[in-house]
Design a protein around this ligand. Structure first.
Ligand code: 4G3
Length: 249
């Protein structure tokens, strides 16, 4: 089983490297299930000021990342990537990242993530060297680093051997495409708040039905767009109708 290799092209490698120390991603790296390396465009400048950005043609506010330092950095990252992999630029102009994209990336030998700063990247570099532009959501960040970290985390969790059996990201097919059900842990009563009785009943079939019903109800209430994408089975539709009926009582 080949380890997946991540390269991040960034002006702030120390910022991104923190994810490789902690939690699930940290453990995956220590187990050699992934490798993570960085390339700084600043190390691919040839002028005395080590300039990585410049003013935009046409005028206006902000700065644009220069082509040449990015080209040098991405070339170095490609040379280090054993099985290759696409160059993905994190940007608000990209298609929106989702679990399906995470699954597609998890099947690749590697990923080269470009985390831009300033107002963005010279468009000629995107046209000639970038395979995909990707956004983690409709909001603006000061740089692509936090977005790159989100993508790495979501992908690493899907790699074989990364999660243990009880924390496995695999969800049964009934729950796919739905928001998660509510969770509770000890104590059974706290500040007058109790745990739904079904969860302490020991009836595992009834617990599974309750969880699916909650997942359907919460998804309907909070994310109608996700429900509309699904083709509910007769059983799921009945559970959702039950949930909505109980809410109205
Ligand atoms: C513009 C990604 C801004 C162009 C990056 C990079 C938000 C996201 C930036 C560019 C970002 C996101 C840096 N902000 N929603 N800022 O994924 O290439």
């Amino acid at each position: 089983m080949g380890m997946m290799h991540f390269e991040v092209v960034t002006l702030f490698p120390e910022m991104v490297s923190t994810i490789a120390e902690f939690g699930v991603v940290g453990r995956a790296r220590r187990k050699r299930l992934i490798s993570l390396d960085f390339e700084n465009p600043r190390d691919h400048t040839s002028d005395v000021y080590r300039r990585v950005d410049d003013r935009p043609y046409g005028g206006g506010p902000g700065m644009v990342m220069k082509y040449e330092p990015l080209a040098g950095a991405v070339d170095a990252a490609r040379r280090r990537s054993p099985g290759g992999g696409p160059v993905v630029c994190l940007s608000p102009q990209g298609g929106v990242f989702d679990q399906a994209t995470a699954r597609r990336y998890a099947a690749l030998p590697g990923l080269i993530l470009l985390a831009g700063r300033y107002e963005g990247v010279d468009e000629r570099f995107i046209e000639s060297q970038v395979d995909e532009e990707l956004s983690i959501g409709d909001f603006v960040l000061s740089g692509g680093e936090v977005a790159a970290m989100a993508v790495i985390d979501a992908v690493v969790r899907l790699l074989p051997g990364v999660l243990g059996d009880d924390e496995s990201a695999a969800r049964d097919s009934f729950m796919e495409g739905l928001l998660d059900c509510p969770h509770f842990t000890r104590p059974e009563e706290i500040d007058g708040h109790t745990v739904p009785g079904v969860l302490t009943s020991g009836d595992h079939a009834e617990i599974a039905r309750w969880r699916l019903k909650q997942a359907l109800g919460r998804t309907f209430e909070r994310r109608r767009d996700l429900i509309d994408k699904l083709k509910l089975t007769d059983e799921q539709q009945a559970l959702l109708d039950d949930y909505l009926k109980e809410q109205r009582q």
